[in-house]
Write a new protein. Structure first.
Length: 342
């Protein structure tokens, strides 16, 4: 195995080239020595050039060395060969140690490469799993977004239905309030009509009683006149029998007329009382009808309020379901992540 070149090797080669008349260069020095890399030769050659000026000023710098006796030369050669052998043995040992180190390093690098290949295969498998998980998560996210859009659409529809129901409820309540107001006005009018009917009945009854009292007074007056006439006739019985008969006839006629008038008054009073009773029955029937309409309106109001309460309960239930669905949709991707990364 070739040994590394030294500064002396480079200097001797450069001196030889200079003595031959050639300019020392890195390539020529390498060729002259027969080995060495440009990186090794270059710094030594730079040193040779820096020292060249001083050496030129020394006349003996490039002179041949003095002659050495043969025994000394042989001993030096022997020592040189021995040292060279030892150096070569040390170099060989160093190369073997270096080779062992390189082999161990190569084995370590091979193991690292094998581990790297295994890790790369694991990473590739992990990447494929992640890509598959990403596809699954993407599809799940798309499905979740679709469900979320559907839920939002349902929520909008429910809100619209609730708003429509609330509007209908408000309209029904307004109509019910208007009907209640109409019923109250009708009941007030019926009460006023009934009071007026009672007032008319009382007025007619007073008028009839006054007329009856007047007729009774007339009858009493007639009776008193009859008594006077009978007394006068009794006093003049003998003298005026014909006048008494005529007076009796007039009395009977007056009584008949008074009885006829009394019967007519009684018939008129009964007819008026019948009319008043009919008006009273009509007013009572209207009042009962108003009460019936009021009860029906109250039932419709109770039904509308129950429907509103049911709609509000359904809305709260749907809001709770939508909130639970939103929470589930938000928590779903986070719950799938560990499984995807495993």
């Amino acid at each position: 195995m070739a040994t590394g070149i030294t500064e002396d090797d480079v200097w001797r080669a450069a001196d030889a080239l200079l003595l031959e008349g050639a300019r020392p260069t890195i390539e020529r020095v390498r060729q002259k020595i027969g080995r060495g890399s440009p990186n090794t030769v270059s710094p030594h050659l730079e040193t040779w050039f820096r020292a060249l000026g001083a050496r030129i000023q020394d006349p003996g710098a490039f002179a041949a060395p003095a002659a050495v006796p043969e025994p000394i030369a042989q001993a030096a050669a022997h020592f040189w060969e021995t040292a060279l052998a030892a150096a070569r043995a040390e170099q060989a040992e160093a190369h073997r140690a270096r080779a062992d180190e390189l082999r161990q390093e190569a084995e370590r690098l091979a193991a690292q490469a094998d581990h790297a290949r295994q890790r790369e295969a694991l990473l590739a498998s992990r990447e494929r799993d992640l890509e598959q998980s990403l596809k699954v998560m993407t599809s799940q996210l798309a499905a979740t977004e679709a469900r979320l859009r559907a839920a939002e659409s349902q929520l909008r529809q429910r809100d619209e239905a609730l708003a429509f129901g609330q509007q209908q409820l408000a309209d029904a309540r307004a109509a019910l309030l208007a009907q209640v107001a109409d019923a109250e006005r009708a009941r007030q009018e019926q009460a006023e009509a009934l009071a007026a009917a009672h007032a008319r009945h009382a007025a007619h009854e007073r008028r009839w009683l006054n007329e009856l009292d007047a007729e009774r007074g007339t009858t009493k007056r007639l009776q008193a006149r009859l008594d006077d006439i009978q007394a006068a006739l009794q006093q003049q019985a003998d003298a005026s029998r014909q006048a008494l008969a005529q007076a009796a006839e007039r009395l009977r006629a007056a009584e008949t007329e008074a009885a006829a008038q009394l019967r007519a008054v009684q018939a008129e009073a009964q007819a008026e009382q019948g009319r008043r009773l009919a008006d009273l029955a009509t007013a009572q029937a209207a009042l009962q009808a108003a009460h019936g309409r009021e009860q029906d309106l109250a039932r419709r109001l109770a039904a509308a309020e129950a429907q509103q309460a049911e709609l509000l309960a359904q809305q709260r239930t749907r809001d709770a379901q939508l909130l639970e669905l939103t929470r589930h949709l938000i928590a779903a991707p986070g719950g799938d992540t560990p499984a995807a990364g495993a």
